[in-house]
Design a protein around this ligand. Structure first.
Ligand SMILES: NC(=O)c1ccc[n+]([C@@H]2O[C@H](COP(=O)([O-])OP(=O)(O)OC[C@H]3O[C@@H](n4cnc5c(N)ncnc54)[C@H](OP(=O)(O)O)[C@@H]3O)[C@@H](O)[C@H]2O)c1
Length: 336
């Protein structure tokens, strides 16, 4: 079967290989993978900037979708023909995560989805929403679930306001889920063109953070001076001080990303006088993934896919992600 391998860190080492087809053991499910989607973490992993201690080679890329083709002894959750997606935190089923589960993730440290067939533990898979194609379903495991979890933890309700940084994978799901909850969405982007597209998805206010590098006063102005109820912080150190400034008293900041740096400097008196709730987010367990999929299915929500590449074009997908020119998700169609 066709597969990819990363034998050393660096995108230049990514190679297309042939691997034998696996057979499911007890408790496992054999999936014919039909699609994958890229996340920023796949790029970091390939460059050796996420977990240096990973034992190489690995099969890259975390998120995939496909069809169950066989089940191992004792599996009752799935049957052949079921449409499934991967679960990113593959041991985390519900409740609080245990430290020993934290790094058990497909796409590094564990083998990922860029292969035509793979065996997964039955609890490391989720039924895909029935109205979505494999390509659409493949966008959900990390980006959608992270956005979902942030809005859940913020308890965003109708009439509240949410600040969304950028128009990448997590951010556009955050926009779609914020609108599903009846919230007002304020979106930041480096591009007026992307802001126009975000408005067609329901963004109420768009601010270009390149032409307005001091955007926090504009966010406050857009909320009548009050500040936003929740910030989905996908950028990190470079934006956190302004996110603190833009958030309302008793507001929520969901710390999701660190692409803008890992060492942030914030003013503690501002945080405590505002009673800010700063919440770290690291995706979510299976139970949340299932709840999210049910909501997506009920709302007939469709993920925003910017660009689809064929199986042989993985490198081009990574190159597009590195430019940051995409709007929403980058997906890989295994049938192409
Ligand atoms: N904690 C978790 O569980 C978790 C899960 C998923 C992702 N993440 C993290 O979340 C971040 C986003 O991931 P992703 O997969 O959605 O990435 P992505 O699709 O590559 O999106 C990145 C987007 O960030 C925006 N951006 C960059 N600098 C910005 C700035 N200074 N201000 C506002 N927006 C800015 C850009 O939007 P424009 O092009 O519109 O400017 C860019 O398209 C990454 O740091 C990733 O590691 C964390």
């Amino acid at each position: 079967m066709r597969a990819y391998q990363l034998p050393a860190f660096g995108l230049e080492h990514l190679r297309r290989i042939e691997l034998p087809e696996p057979q499911p053991g007890p408790g496992q499910v054999l999936v014919k993978l039909e699609a994958a989607s890229l996340n920023y973490r796949d790029l970091l992993m390939a460059k050796g900037q996420l977990y240096r201690a990973v034992e190489l080679p690995i099969v890259p890329v975390s998120d995939g979708a496909g069809t169950v083709c066989a089940i191992g002894e004792g599996v009752t959750r799935f049957k052949p023909g079921d449409k499934v997606t991967t679960l990113y935190k593959s041991r985390w089923l519900a409740g609080a995560i245990r430290p020993e589960w934290a790094g058990i993730e497909p796409g590094g440290p564990d083998d990922g989805v860029m292969r035509e067939f793979a065996c997964f533990d039955a609890y490391a898979l989720v039924h895909a929403p029935s109205h979505l194609s494999h390509l659409q379903a493949a966008t959900l495991p990390i980006a959608a679930l992270t956005a979902w979890q942030a809005l859940e933890m913020a308890h965003v309700t109708s009439g509240q306001s949410v600040l969304i940084l950028g128009t990448g994978g997590v951010s556009l799901f955050a926009l779609q889920f914020a609108k599903l909850r009846g919230a007002r969405a304020i979106v930041l982007s480096s591009s007026d063109e992307k802001l126009k597209r975000a408005k067609t998805l329901g963004a109420d206010v768009g601010i270009n953070y390149v032409t307005h590098p001091q955007w926090s006063p504009l966010v406050r102005e857009a909320t009548g001076g009050r500040g936003v109820d929740a910030v989905i912080e996908t950028v990190g150190a470079s934006t956190l001080p302004q996110s603190m400034d833009a958030v309302a008293i008793h507001g929520f900041i969901g710390m999701v990303g660190f692409m803008g740096g890992n060492e942030a400097s914030i003013t503690l008196t501002q945080a405590l006088l505002k009673r800010v709730h700063l919440q770290g987010i690291s995706v979510a367990p299976l139970e949340q993934h299932e709840r999210m999929n049910a909501a997506i299915e009920q709302a007939r929500l469709e993920p925003v896919i910017d660009h689809v590449y064929g199986f042989e074009q993985l490198r081009e997908g990574f190159d597009l992600m590195a430019t940051g020119k995409h709007f929403g998700k980058i997906a890989i169609d295994f049938s192409k």
